[in-house]
Design a protein around this ligand. Structure first.
Ligand code: GAR
Length: 193
């Protein structure tokens, strides 16, 4: 079985979308792939309950319990490696990862970012797109490399920026498209493994 490990920090709607599509499309039966575990750096991440409802093992590693970023990332890598994953999915995992961590999972570490990269890496992407007067915004699925939000692009979706949009209304419009492109991109990557 090809294992997928998903890392979250919050609501986990992208994780839930991947889990839902994997079940609907029977990834286990058709592709020998399954979401093996959901890991969070926050104990109160809403997505943990969703994962448990689907019978997926969860684990919390609180980054504040570690002395350094390197220590946390080493513990996180060990927890992930316990599932021998084909693909590791960052789904709203709001941590900057060390080069050693990224190198360890190179080629099988994927992220979704809420902008049309290379525009707007980093935080507050929707407000920045509105402030820049963009007429389109969107989301990008990309392989993770040492440089923040800069790895090879696997998939993108665009949505209009509408008059009167706030960061919240734009984020919601983008998020619905994230839920479409991320499960598809994850499956494509898994099938290459
Ligand atoms: C998503 O919009 C994702 O693109 C973004 O966080 C949200 C998580 O939502 N990721 C980043 O900003 C990464 N820097 P979710 O927890 O409901 O999937």
């Amino acid at each position: 079985m090809k294992n997928i490990v998903i890392l979250i920090s919050g609501g986990g709607s992208n994780m839930a979308a991947i889990v839902r599509v994997a079940q609907q499309q029977d990834w286990a039966g058709r592709h020998g792939a399954r979401v093996a575990a959901v890991l969070s750096n926050k104990a109160d991440a809403g997505g943990l309950a969703i994962a448990r409802e689907h019978g997926i093992p969860t684990q919390v590693l609180d980054h504040k319990a570690y002395a350094s970023r390197e220590d946390f990332d080493a513990a996180l890598a060990r927890a992930i490696d316990a599932h021998a994953p084909a693909v590791v999915v960052l789904a709203g995992f709001m941590r900057i990862l060390t080069p050693g961590f990224v190198q360890h999972f190179a080629g099988r570490l994927v992220n979704i970012h809420p902008s049309l990269l290379p525009a707007f890496p980093g935080l507050h992407t929707h407000q920045r797109a509105i402030d820049a007067g963009c007429r389109v915004a969107g989301a990008t699925v990309h392989l993770v490399t040492a440089e923040l939000d800069a790895g090879p692009i696997l998939a993108q979706a665009a949505v209009p920026v509408l008059p009167g949009d706030t960061a919240q209304t734009l984020a919601a419009r983008v998020l619905t498209q994230e839920h479409v492109i991320y499960p598809r991109a994850v499956l494509e990557l898994v099938l290459q493994k």
